[in-house]
Every structure is written in structure tokens, then in C-alpha cells.
Design a protein around this ligand. Structure first.
Ligand code: LCS
Length: 395
């Protein structure tokens, strides 16, 4: 089956054998009963398979985990309460005190706070390399030693849409036997298949494109059976950041329309990027599928579309940018992304306010940068809204 058919009919979307319902059942149960004391004991030792308690596993979560594993091209999946729970649990599953990880910059502000404040508190050292440096392995090689337990990348990166070359990264990592994780939130499996490129772990905030409707927080990790056992069975169950079964249902529903939404997000974003690039009041535009993007060739190599995020700087920087946001009538000023409605925000004061001004500068996140998560509206209406807001800002 091809991708669109797999999304609709692949594992997890089968008819429920009990009721013949065509939507997945929501098992909103915290706990499952045992047939007998012996049966309970066997479930705990693993001699028999079955459900015990939703923090350990749940049938609705299992449908989502299997579906995401199938679509991402991995062996198994794990569902988390949020994207941050997915990232933090993965790190803690793979690293001990005294180990280190290499992380690509820029990275989402929440992940940056986790890596720069919490993770070092647990004795794990975080070494940063710029996204573009992964193109030439020599530039990150000096960071690796025998205590490096994970390379954590995010591509396209939040908020500048920098691209990490996944092929080069996995080449370097496999020489050193280090697992590579990539935060797939911006591209999704619809535009990027990291596991096919040798990446070991795909991480999602499903809050974004997978859900698609800004109504549920969640995260998913897809990997090999062996690594999911470490991440889920040995770590998630004790850290406790498990997804609600109701949210798993919402993400399964979101998945059904992901393909058509991604097509529209993608074509709208490309048109908006082109519009901005030609506008005299715009200083710079960031979009992976624009030829002006410094890693355009890498983006073309590893992605089948630029996806739905665009960033830009207005002439006059932060102050004019603020005025522009306040002059918009249709685009919604809000953080988050991947929703059907267009969301626009100012990373330095919002999603990436966890970076100090010096850290923003060092990481290459311009102070005046504005980020749009382009929705699925008629693109002409979005462009007209930006046009009127730009005219008002500069009148
Ligand atoms: N990874 C990426 C790339 C993200 O953009 C986010 C959230 C997360 C992980 C964390 O996921 P969560 O725990 O929120 O499900 N990004 C946000 C953003 O750019 N605006 O608001 C949240």
C-alpha cells in the first residue's frame, strides 16, 4: 500500500472485532482485572501478555503506538503525555550520570531549557553543535568520546528551520556506535523518513501536525523493539509521563487526515515564503524549500516537501515585527504549530524566551525573527492579511 492508503487502512484502523465499530475504541480505564490471582502474577512476570494498568500499557495507546511505528518505518512505538515527556524520557532511558549527549542547535525552547538546566543537574553533560555543522562530520567529531550516549537532533529546527543532514549524522554516529534521535515534529513522516536514513529514534510532539487541531497535548517515540523496551518498559512506566487514552483517540483521528492537511500546509507555506521573499519590507525569509535557504540541497535530499513552517525578519526588526503581529486580522497570534489555523509568534519573547539574549545570538536565532505555522486556509486570504498588516505597519 502507498502512504495515503496506509494512513487510512494500515494497522490500527481495522474494524473493532467486538462491536464492528469503524472508529477505534477509547479504553478510558486506569486498570484492568485479572481472571485469577495466578493470571495476575503471570502478567507481571511477562509469562502471559495482557493489560494491567494504563501507565504500563493500554489498548487505545497500543493502536496509536503500532500505527505510528508502521508509518514511521520503525519496529515499535511509545505514547507519552507530551512531546517534552517523550524527549526527557528518551534521554533518561539512554544516559546515566557521567554520560554526555550531543544536541543540535537551534532547538525548541522547551527542549533547550530541559537540556541546559535540568539534564546537567542529573550529571549528564550536553554538548552543542550547530545544525549546519552536522553536514561535515569533522565539525562534530571532536565532541564525541566514550561517554557519548546519544546524538539528539531536531530538523527542521524550531524556529529558524535549519536542517541537520541526517545521512551524515548517522554515518558519524554508527562509526562510534551512538544512537541518533531526531525530533520529527516539523516534517512528520509525510515529508521525512529518518529511520530509512539510519536514524535510530524518531520523536514527535503529536500536539502539532499529528493532532492537527490544537486540542490535545501528546508525544510519541518510534524506534527498534529493543530501544522501545528501554524507553517505555524500563523508563516511561516509572517516570510516569504516559498519554491519556482519550488523547490517543484524538491523535488517531488526526492521523486519518494528516496527508491532505500536510499537502495544503506545504503548498500554502511555499507560497507565503515566496510572497515574503519578494516583499520590499521583508529583510530575510527562512524556508527549507527556498533556494536561498543555506541547506536547501540537504532539505531537498532528505525531505519531500518543506512542510508548513516559515520564519522571517521584517525591516525594522523586533519593534516593527510586534506592530505587524498586532495589525493582523486573520492570522492568530499564538505559539504552537501544525494546526488547521495559521498561528504566528515571536520566538525571542515567546517559544524561545528560555534562551538568554546571549544564547539567542550564539545559537543564531535573530531577535526580530517571526515564525508562522501556516494553516490550511485559502492562501490568498492569508497573503491579503499579511499585505494589509505590512501596509499598516509601514504607513
Ligand atoms: N519538539 C518540538 C520541535 C516542538 O516544537 C515542541 C513544542 C516540542 C517538541 C514539545 O512538545 P509538547 O510537549 O509541547 O507536546 N513546540 C511548541 C512551539 O513551538 N510553540 O508552542 C509549543
Amino acid at each position: 500500500m502507498r502512504i495515503n492508503t496506509t494512513i487510512v487502512h494500515g494497522k490500527g484502523m481495522t474494524i473493532d472485532p467486538v462491536s464492528r465499530a469503524i472508529a477505534p475504541p477509547i479504553h478510558m480505564a486506569a486498570v484492568f482485572s485479572f481472571k485469577s490471582a495466578e493470571h495476575g502474577a503471570k502478567l507481571f512476570t511477562g509469562e502471559e501478555e495482557g493489560y494491567i494498568y494504563t501507565r504500563l500499557s493500554n489498548p487505545t495507546l497500543k493502536i496509536l503506538e503500532e500505527k505510528m511505528a508502521l508509518l514511521e518505518g520503525g519496529e515499535a512505538g511509545a505514547a507519552f503525555a507530551s512531546g517534552m515527556a517523550a524527549i526527557s524520557t528518551t534521554i533518561l532511558a539512554l544516559c546515566n550520570s557521567g554520560d554526555n549527549i550531543i544536541a543540535s542547535a537551534p532547538i525548541y525552547g522547551g527542549t533547550f531549557a530541559l537540556l541546559s538546566k535540568l539534564i546537567p543537574k542529573w550529571g549528564i553533560d550536553v554538548r552543542w553543535a550547530k545544525a549546519s555543522e552536522f553536514v561535515r562530520e569533522i565539525e562534530v567529531k571532536h565532541l564525541i568520546d566514550e561517554k557519548t550516549k546519544l546524538i539528539l537532533t531536531e530538523t527542521p529546527a524550531n524556529p529558524t528551520l535549519d536542517i541537520v543532514d541526517l545521512e551524515e549524522t548517522t554515518k558519524l554516529a554508527s562509526k562510534n556506535n551512538i544512537p541518533v534521535a531526531v525530533d520529527q515534529t516539523f516534517a512528520t513522516f509525510y515529508f521525512q523518513k529518518p529511520i530509512e536514513l539510519g536514524v535510530d529514534i524518531s520523536i514527535y510532539s503529536t500536539t502539532k501536525f499529528i493532532g492537527g487541531h490544537s486540542d490535545a497535548i501528546g508525544g510519541v517515540v518510534v524506534s527498534s523493539k529493543e530501544l522501545i523496551e528501554k524507553i517505555k518498559d524500563e523508563t516511561l512506566v516509572d517516570l510516569g509521563g504516559v498519554m491519556s487514552p482519550f488523547n490517543a483517540f484524538l491523535f488517531l483521528r488526526g492521523l486519518e487526515t494528516l496527508a491532505v492537511r500536510m499537502e495544503r500546509h506545504n503548498s500554502n507555506a511555499k507560497k507565503i515564503a515566496q510572497y515574503l521573499e519578494e516583499h520590499p519590507k521583508i529583510e530575510k525569509v527562512y524556508y527549507p524549500y527556498l533556494e536561498s535557504h543555506p541547506q536547501y540541497k540537504v532539505a531537498k535530499k532528505q525531505m519531500s516537501g518543506g512542510s508548513g513552517l516559515v520564519a522571517f525578519i521584517i525591516k525594522g526588526g523586533r519593534e516593527k515585527g510586534k506592530e505587524f503581529l498586532n495589525n493582523l486580522k486573520l492570522m492568530v497570534v499564538a505559539v504552537s504549530l501544525g494546526a488547521v489555523s495559521t498561528l504566528i509568534e515571536h520566538p525571542a519573547s515567546m517559544t524561545h524566551s528560555t534562551y538568554s539574549p546571549e544564547e539567542l545570538e550564539k545559537t543564531g536565532i535573530p531577535e526580530g525573527l517571526i515564525r508562522i505555522s501556516v494553516g490550511i486556509e485559502d492562501v490568498e486570504d492569508l497573503i491579503e492579511d499579511m499585505d494589509q498588516a505590512l501596509n499598516k505597519t509601514f504607513s
